[in-house]
Design a protein. Structure first.
Length: 584
């Protein structure tokens, strides 16, 4: 940010028909106008009806502590192994050590500070609903919350939680009975710096998940600085006002013990203002790499050397600066193969006045900024973007984009009329399948007319109907649950993997859908990316208008490659590492 400035061994498949926005022949048609019914629009806001009543509260009292506008994240996970995604929400609260004062916006009387876990009570072919199960689960950390990462750390078949704070982080072990245990001290990951996004990955290919944690800047309440807008109004400072930091890498040694290997792995070689993190195999060598979106500094691409070390290649790779050689205020980040050439590309969100940026990968870990030529630049300039992800909106086989927006500097037109004048509408970009993107936001209905201060966004199939939904957080605002209404529930394939030599949840696996015409559509198994958030680990493939599917190909994190045949009309399938046909 810049200012003043997921059962252990199942694979589920869903198959569907016509997509909203396309005719049966596959020709694009206009989206419905705003006079249409709610289900006519790409997303429906069902927050009020599903029982997920959560308001984020940063506790601002007019002191403009730099931590306040950063926001909080959200995670989707199947903590109770019942086959649907539950929701974990991170709360901020009162800035540690802050002097008492009158809050900018009072905390609502029925609001509860601390993080909350909502159990999904989805009934098959029924309504979506959530129940707050925080107290029973024991995951109501009350630190000044930032982000959350999800992974099966102990390979026991259920997801564990790592929560970052402005202050001491918290590590929760899932005990498999609906409860969690705080194992922070045991794990050896206690860190009271300002940590933001985190990601699980098996960087050393030893079959368990290691942990990468991005750190923002050196800041505490006593070092807060006074900054102003150009017209002399008090406002939040820039990250450039504070010293950058070194991110952390923790190696999983088993038994819930981790070792800080930041220095020995080479990650201490560069500092940055880390906000967003995504992990992927960017140069196609079979090892997981790390990409960090740094706010107002060059982004970092840490390529694995395959021997436990990393080298920073951001500048050499072309992904540190934009096409004009400028640093940007990078916040959210997502990796995905938007152009179907088999390698992960990068999309990241930036500050108002800059563009969001799309870096196209040439397959060797070298990137080109193609933002302008793909029509993604000018539409993003008026906004400050945070949570984002590549996802298939219409289940038509290509990847689209959602961006959660919210300012970090005062919006002059809102000053005097709003207690928190930082609200902006969110955006939706559709991949036209021909190499360009169309901004659908203006015709996408009420969800995209609301202006809020949006931050974290987690993507996944909440209602198990075969398409990607969104849970989004807002600073000083309600969490939003957006159900996808653009995709027909029969035209998708949802994949869940179970590793053996690889981590149990197969984080980092590359999953390919082979079609009858010989093409392979690649996606990745993982929960990382976006901003301070963690998504559904199941991999979704859109099938609308595509040739018959032939097989599922998996490149496991262990290095094993396998193929699994698919049957016509198949809706559910169990796949585990070692049970497929070996590939070379």
């Amino acid at each position: 940010m810049r200012s003043s400035r997921r059962g252990p061994a199942s694979l589920v498949l869903f198959l569907t028909g016509t997509v909203a926005g396309c005719d049966p022949g596959g020709q694009e048609t206009a989206l419905p106008t705003q006079e249409g019914s709610p289900s006519s629009f790409p997303f429906e806001d069902v927050t009020a009806s599903v029982g997920l009543d959560f308001h984020q509260y940063p506790g601002a009292t007019g002191q403009y502590y730099f931590v306040e506008p950063v926001g909080s994240g959200v995670a989707l996970l199947d903590f109770d192994s019942d086959g649907d995604m539950d929701v974990y929400l991170v709360q901020a609260g009162t800035v540690p050590g802050a002097a008492e004062g009158v809050p900018v916006i009072p905390l609502a009387g029925d609001s509860t500070l601390g993080n909350r876990l909502y159990e999904n009570r989805l009934v098959p072919d029924g309504d979506l609903s959530f129940v707050d199960t925080t107290d029973r689960a024991g995951v109501g950390d009350d630190g000044y919350g930032m982000g959350v990462a999800v992974g099966d750390v102990d390979n026991d078949g259920d997801p564990d939680l790592f929560v970052t704070n402005f202050g001491a982080d918290v590590f929760y072990r899932n005990d498999g009975d609906g409860r969690f245990t705080d194992v922070t001290s045991l794990a050896g990951t206690l860190d009271d710096r300002w940590n933001t996004s985190a990601a699980f990955l098996d960087y050393d290919r030893d079959g368990d998940l290691d942990l990468f944690v991005a750190t923002y800047v050196h800041f505490n309440r006593s070092t807060n600085k006074t900054c102003f807008t150009a017209d002399g109004r008090r406002d939040y400072c820039s990250p450039g006002s504070f010293k950058p930091t070194v991110d952390r890498l923790y190696r999983n040694d088993g038994g819930w013990r981790f070792t800080d290997v930041t220095v020995t792995a080479g990650l201490a070689a560069a500092e940055g203002n880390g906000l967003g993190v995504t992990v992927d195999d960017f140069n196609g060598d079979g090892w997981t790499d790390i990409y960090v979106a740094n706010d107002q500094g060059p982004n970092h691409l840490w390529l694995s050397d395959g021997d436990g070390g990393f080298r920073e290649t951001g500048v050499m790779s072309g992904s540190a600066y934009n096409a004009t050689g400028q640093v940007e205020a990078s916040m959210g980040v997502s990796s995905g193969d938007f152009d179907g050439d088999g390698d992960p590309d990068l999309f990241m969100t930036h500050l108002k006045g800059q563009t969001n940026t799309l870096y196209r990968n040439d397959g060797t870990g070298h990137f080109m900024d193609v933002t302008g030529m793909l029509a993604l630049g000018s539409a993003s300039r008026p906004h400050t973007g945070f949570g984002t992800a590549w996802f298939d909106l219409e289940n038509d086989g290509d990847l689209d984009l959602f961006v959660a927006n919210g300012a970090v500097t005062l919006m002059r037109e809102q000053a005097g009329g709003s207690a928190y004048p930082y609200a902006q509408p969110n955006q939706l970009f559709r991949n036209d399948g021909g190499g360009r993107f169309e901004d659908l936001s203006g015709a996408a209905g009420p969800v995209f007319e609301i202006a809020e201060v949006s931050r974290g966004a987690a993507f996944g199939d909440l209602d198990n109907d075969g398409d990607a939904d969104i849970v989004m957080t807002n600073n000083y605002g309600p969490t939003r649950v957006l159900l996808n209404r653009a995709a027909d529930a029969a035209a998708s394939l949802s994949v869940t993997l179970s590793g053996s030599a690889s981590p149990r949840d197969a984080a980092g696996a590359q999953v390919g859908l082979r079609l009858a015409d010989g093409r392979v559509i690649w996606r990745r198994c993982g929960t990382d990316g976006s901003y301070l958030s963690a998504g559904d680990p199941r991999v979704l493939f859109g099938l609308e208008g595509l040739p018959t599917t032939v097989a599922l190909e998996v490149r496991w994190p262990s290095g094993r490659a396998e193929s699994f045949p698919l049957q016509v009309g198949q809706r559910q399938l169990t796949v585990a590492e070692g049970e497929g046909e070996p590939q070379h």
